[in-house]
Write a protein that binds this ligand. Structure first.
Ligand code: FES
Length: 183
């Protein structure tokens, strides 16, 4: 079977010249390409074919539509949308490498629990102060209204005092292995 990169490259020709893979996430793969007509670099995110169920494709389409409505300097612009042999792809602005001053910015993390945990650890190791790494501990809640006690940590009920906390506070809760023990 033709490798995925080649199949995508062929499907995007002649509108885009696929150059290389930029990275992979849980749901998709991002490639660098050149939009031929406008001679500009773009990023193309493709839903992983093995995860391209009808439900996942619908979610991907909604994500693209939502992103396409937004205009902000910190949000990539959506240029195009399509599909090749099934899985859809999304063409966006390519931002290149960002230079981040980790000591002077704040990160707000949301998403799957494991991803938040990994991002918190990485940001902390890259020098971001713990009081500037902010996330939600919603995943530790059950009733959400201070009744069940399920979210009791470090002398607090997460649902009543949060669920948004900084890494500085979270370390005192001792509930995120691999994060609590960071410097
Ligand atoms: S989630 Fe039940 S007490 Fe907080």
């Amino acid at each position: 079977m033709e490798p995925r990169f080649e199949r995508l490259r062929r499907a995007l020709t002649p509108d885009y010249e696929l150059q290389r893979e930029l990275g992979q996430g849980g749901m998709g793969i991002v490639y660098l390409a050149r939009e031929v007509a406008l001679n500009r670099l773009v990023a193309i995110k493709v839903l992983r074919p093995e995860l391209a169920t009808a439900r996942a494709m619908e979610r991907f389409r909604r994500e693209a539509q939502t992103l396409a409505q937004l205009r902000h300097p910190n949000i990539v612009a959506v240029y195009d949308w399509g599909d090749y042999d099934g899985p859809p792809y999304l063409v966006t602005e390519h931002l290149g490498k960002a230079k981040v001053d980790f000591k002077n910015c704040t990160a707000y993390l949301c998403g799957p629990h494991a991803m938040i945990q990994a991002a918190m650890r990485d940001l902390s190791l890259m020098g971001m102060p713990d009081d500037r790494i902010i996330t939600t501990l919603e995943a530790h809640m059950k009733c959400g209204v201070g009744k069940c006690g399920h979210c009791y940590c470090g002398g607090k009920l997460i649902c009543e005092e949060g669920p948004i906390f900084s890494l500085e506070e979270i370390k005192k809760f001792n509930i995120l292995p691999g994060v609590d023990s960071l410097g």
